[in-house]
Ligand binder design. Sequence first.
Ligand code: HEM
Length: 220
Amino acid sequence: MTWIFTFFQSSIGKKILMATTGILLSLFLATHLLGNLMLFGGAEMFNNYVHSLANMKPVVRFAEVILTLLFLAHIISGIRVTLENKRAKSISYKISPGPETTKLHSRSMAISGSIVFIFLVFHLQTFWYSFQNMHSADADFYDVVINSKVGYNNPLIAGFYILALLLLALHLRHGFQSAFQTFGVGDSRYKSLIETVAVFFWLVIPLGFISIPVYFGFIK
Ligand code: HEM
């Protein structure tokens, strides 16, 4: 068992952990978007969807534990890889200046990742936490998401979501590029197929999420 810990302490182990947890979190985002798109179907459709989730609480709770572990592993290994890169660069800088693009890449991942994390804390504290305290059968979840003071009818909230989701797209774009390097698929004959799938995750899904605050905050 200790070999697993030793492996995840190594530089490549940390990168594999980051890439794997990142891909699993992207799969969560795809299912999360499918559920949230029900907001476009109106209050009844969205409320029925949330009630159906509430009716399978044990499954949802289990998924939440797995999600929390994935987020924690991704964030902790992200911090460690960033610190490691910084240390390595300050040493190599004394010999010769390092490549600017790598520095920019690593810095933008740390910044976009940190802002997405702040967004996530706010998001859970408003939507997820409010939903936990709404137990009655006629609870109006749609109203919390759209019409409450933390809902999308508030242009500040809608604007904050749009900004955070754009940064999420940037984070995922660079994240998928790094994952390809880690798994060595850059030269694979499936390269173009893999890149097309990646576009779905880093571009189509964030745009799908963005359509929600754009529509409910500025169009409806
Ligand atoms: C417009 C975009 C989004 C909307 C409308 C939205 C909506 C919601 C709602 C309504 C909940 C509460 C669901 C419940 O407890 O049943 C929720 C939970 C959650 N959201 Fe989002 N979300 C959005 C974007 C995101 C993004 C981009 C992330 C990740 C970076 C995210 C991560 C989560 C997580 C981890 C939960 C808790 C999951 C659970 O307990 O099942 N959300 N979201």
